[in-house]
Design a protein around this ligand. Structure first.
Ligand code: UD1
Length: 418
């Protein structure tokens, strides 16, 4: 296990280009098996979630070639419809493959992904959506057998706008004759990117980004070269890193139009942010001001994936604030570690009350999930002394060498063997 050693107290300064989005790359990799032609993805970050997804595709029979930041997926030789157990447990988003595999083979077997650190994360909405398209689902001994021999287009309604379930149904419906409509769909920008990708392959999807998505089935998709959208959470994390250190940075390739909630909270905390066509510029005050409240919501509400980073910022802001986590049930697991660094956070259920302190102090802390790990790094950047963030590998799931990105902005951080 590796760890990050962070020496706090330096203001971040400089400019950086934001990577493409993990949450766009993963469903796009899954959707690349909807065509038997080659798909070339450019500018794919080196993150372990994408590497694991590529490994699953290889095990299922795809040819996956990686060259630098390009990934080429050729699924003409795809033969597997059973998802490998070990990897599907490791990477929850392998569930995205259910829709595309059903589309190719009219059958699929997957392992129940189970819970994870941030919550139970059931897949009932994914299965409900697929049942709406005529898929027969049998759950047996931890395995889910899907029979798509009677698949047809139709209407899928979600009780809750799940991102993954919306994407799964979109992908399952692309090649079904007729029109499929998804009602109460999730509206995350990465779903819009998936629509763009599918349409670039010859699909006919419209409405992504709104609550109603309409998919008109086409006979066949063709290969494409595609660059996924930039990562709004990576961009937000970098801005938060600058903000917590009282720094000033400029980001290029930031999807600022998709970051309204995060930018608005950072402004509320006293940061000056300029949104220019070519870059996003943030200048932080000497001391952040506490936001009164922050509530996570499905997009366009405040993203749950930025909640814990903001908790770290609020820890050192002047004043008091309340954070309510509405999306996942267990996303305050890093509050304890922040408190060990000197923060004053009180959590009860889905609510955290934060009394800002002037200073944090370096400590040995542990990343328990991807975003929480990043938040501990941010706290370390602010803290007096050295912070050791254990289990850096969890941060590598979604940040391409976070230590290099922060070093480029003037931070003192290095990777060590745990
Ligand atoms: C995606 C993102 C993740 C982000 C989340 C919410 C990817 C790869 N991951 O995850 O980074 O934090 O959206 O913005 O894109 N739920 C059910 N039943 C289901 C599915 C979900 O109850 O079948 C619940 C979940 O447990 C959770 C909530 O719905 O409480 C939101 O989950 P969902 O929108 O599905 O998130 P993911 O697609 O898993």
């Amino acid at each position: 296990m590796e760890a990050f050693l962070v020496e706090g107290g330096r203001k971040l300064e400089g400019a950086l280009k934001v990577d493409t989005a993990k949450n766009a790359v993963l469903p796009i990799l899954a959707a690349s098996i909807l065509t038997e032609d080659a798909v070339n993805l450019t500018d794919v970050p080196h993150i372990t979630d994408a590497e694991n997804m590529a490994e699953i595709l290889t095990i299922l029979g795809c040819q996956v070639e990686k060259q630098g930041r390009c990934m080429r997926v050729h699924s003409g030789s795809l033969h597997g419809w059973e998802m490998p157990d070990r990897l599907s447990k490791q990477i929850r988003s392998s569930i995205f493959l259910l829709g595309p595999i059903l589309s190719r083979f009219r059958k699929a077997t997957v392992t129940y992904p189970g819970g994870c650190e941030i919550g139970l994360r059931p897949i009932d909405l994914h299965l409900h959506g697929l049942r709406s398209l005529g898929v027969q689902v049998n759950e047996e001994g931890g395995l889910i057998h899907c029979d798509g021999s009677q698949m047809r287009s139709g209407d899928a309604y979600f009780d809750y706008p799940s991102v993954g379930a919306t994407e799964n149904v979109m992908m399952a419906a692309v090649l079904l004759p007729g029109v499929t409509t998804i009602h109460n769909a999730a509206r995350e920008p990465e779903i819009v990117d998936l629509q763009r990708f599918i349409n670039a392959m010859g699909g006919q999807v419209r409405g992504a980004g709104s609550q109603t998505i309409e998919i008109t089935g086409v006979k066949k998709l063709h290969g494409v070269t595609y660059t996924p959208m930039p990562d709004r959470i990576v961009a937000g994390t970098l801005l938060a890193a600058a903000a917590i250190t009282g720094g000033e940075i400029e980001l290029t390739n930031a999807p600022e139009g998709d970051m309204v909630a995060v930018l608005s909270k950072l402004r509320e905390m006293g940061c000056t942010i300029h949104e220019e066509p070519a870059f996003l510029h943030l200048k932080a005050p000497e001391r952040l001001r506490a936001f009164g409240q922050l509530q996570t919501q499905p997009h366009p509400g405040f993203p749950t994936d930025m909640q814990v980073q903001m908790l770290a910022l609020e820890s050192v802001a002047q004043g008091m604030g309340v954070v309510v986590e509405n999306v996942f049930e267990n996303r305050f697991t890093h509050a304890g570690d922040l408190n060990r660094m000197g923060a004053r956070i009180l959590c009860s259920g889905r609510t955290a009350v934060v009394q800002g302190v002037e200073q944090l102090y370096g400590a040995r802390v542990t990343a328990r999930d991807l975003r929480g790990g990043a938040a501990l790094v941010l706290a370390g950047l602010k803290a007096q002394g050295v912070t050791q963030v254990e289990q850096a590998n969890l941060i590598d799931r979604g940040y391409d060498h976070l230590e290099d990105q922060l070093t480029a902005l003037g931070a003192k951080i290095k990777r060590t063997k745990g």
